[in-house]
Design a protein around this ligand. Structure first.
Ligand code: SF4
Length: 391
């Protein structure tokens, strides 16, 4: 069923409760080697009328849901009972109704502007969209967007301030790395200097800034440079948030060809943990909040504000690294299967038993297929493949 509101394919994990308003389609760059999201799609800017029509549609749906709430004696409140009742109606089968209903249930206060680089739009257009959104939904408290560093390096602080005043509260930049040769290798289309200029522009405008770093992206060859140079660039920006999103190479990514040729070797999960340690250690004199909120990250608990929580984050990593090999293996498997989130979860004997059972099952099936026992890393590779479902 076609949605009554056009929606793009992705949003940052932190925008799970946001209403998605698509202001551009796809990515104007679309060349990054580790990115598959918009491959084969063409970038376009949606007309102001189209975007406003979607906002009107969302408003119409929201009004109808609220009216239903009043009719059910819930005074406009959207709780689970109302949500269930509403979602059982035929019209609620349309994705737009489901999206708006879910959004209202979570408070109706956050919006994310899609797709990959909404800041490509003229500042005046974006200001108009932001004002229109705020006018139709006074409940909105946060509006965020992805922005490419190259685009943001060209926006003046004055323009960014206009966007902030119109209601843009946060920009997410996929920085990935600050290491110049790696930026070229992955075809990011931006230099480290541009990353710094872009980040500083956003910070100076008063818009909250979230920078994404991709652990593992340096491969075995450049893991040290990747960690140190990324931290060096961030030290000069001091963003509000530093978010970790670990590399996972899928078959539909250009980087996969390099993996196949043996030109790029993804570090093991444990090597990536060591890389993150070096990265955190090198972050200096900044006040960012570090967040590890992506399912692909092994250690979700790495979280805290710099500088005061740095030692706590390093201690968590050291605790994991100090575990015996078998325990680390069990944790990695349990995490990939979605049974475990935190290091302490491994103390739960029931969870541990389930993890061991899965390991034995995978071991058995590989043995049957190959007629021999295989090392732990082969089993882990099988389980790693499950991560594909999460992206
Ligand atoms: S700029 Fe972002 S959306 Fe575009 S190709 Fe690169 S990672 Fe993907």
């Amino acid at each position: 069923m076609d949605s009554l509101i056009e929606m793009g394919p992705i949003r940052p994990p932190s925008e799970a409760q946001s209403l998605l308003i698509r202001v551009t389609r796809n990515c104007p760059w679309n060349q990054c080697e580790f990115c598959h999201t918009y491959k084969g799609e063409t970038f376009s800017i949606r007309s102001l009328e189209e975007v406003q029509k979607d906002i009107d549609q969302a408003k119409e749906i929201a009004d109808q849901i609220r009216q239903l709430s009043w009719r059910m004696g819930q005074a406009g409140k959207i709780d689970q009972t109302l949500l269930r009742h509403f979602l059982s109606q035929p019209k609620a089968q349309n994705p737009a109704w489901q999206t708006v209903a879910g959004w209202l249930y979570f408070g109706g206060s956050q919006v994310f502007l899609q797709d990959g680089n909404s800041l490509m739009r003229k500042t005046g257009d974006l200001v108009a969209i932001l004002r229109y959104l705020r006018e139709k939904f006074p409940s909105i408290q946060r509006i965020t967007s992805y922005g490419r560093a190259r685009t943001l390096a060209k926006k003046s602080v004055k323009e960014l301030k206009e966007l902030r005043e119109a209601g843009l509260t946060r920009i997410h930049i996929g920085m990935e790395t600050g290491y110049e040769p790696l930026l070229q290798y992955i075809k990011k289309g931006v230099t480290a200097e541009e990353q710094i200029t872009a980040g500083r522009n956003v910070v100076a405008s008063g818009i909250s800034l979230s920078e994404y770093i991709m652990p593992g992206l340096g491969g075995e060859r450049w893991w040290r440079e990747h960690a140190v140079e990324s931290a060096r660039v961030l030290n000069q920006i001091d963003p509000d948030f530093i978010r970790l999103r670990t590399l996972y190479v899928r078959k539909n990514m250009p980087l996969y060809q390099k993996v196949e040729k043996g030109e790029f070797v993804r570090p093991s999960d444990d090597q990536i943990v060591i890389e993150i340690r070096l990265f955190l250690e090198t972050l200096d004199s900044i006040h960012s909040t570090v967040v590890s909120d992506h399912i692909l990250n092994l250690l979700e608990e790495i979280q805290g504000r710099l500088p005061e929580d740095k030692e706590k984050m390093l201690a968590l990593i050291d605790r994991y690294l100090a575990w015996p090999k078998k325990k680390r293996f069990q944790f990695r498997v349990g995490r990939r299967l979605g049974y475990l989130r935190n290091l302490d979860d491994l103390d739960d004997q029931n969870l541990l038993l389930r993890v061991d059972q899965i390991i034995q099952k995978v071991q058995r099936s590989i043995r049957e297929e190959q007629g021999k026992d295989v090392p732990e890393q082969e089993i882990e590779k099988e389980i790693h493949a499950l991560m594909e479902n999460y992206i």
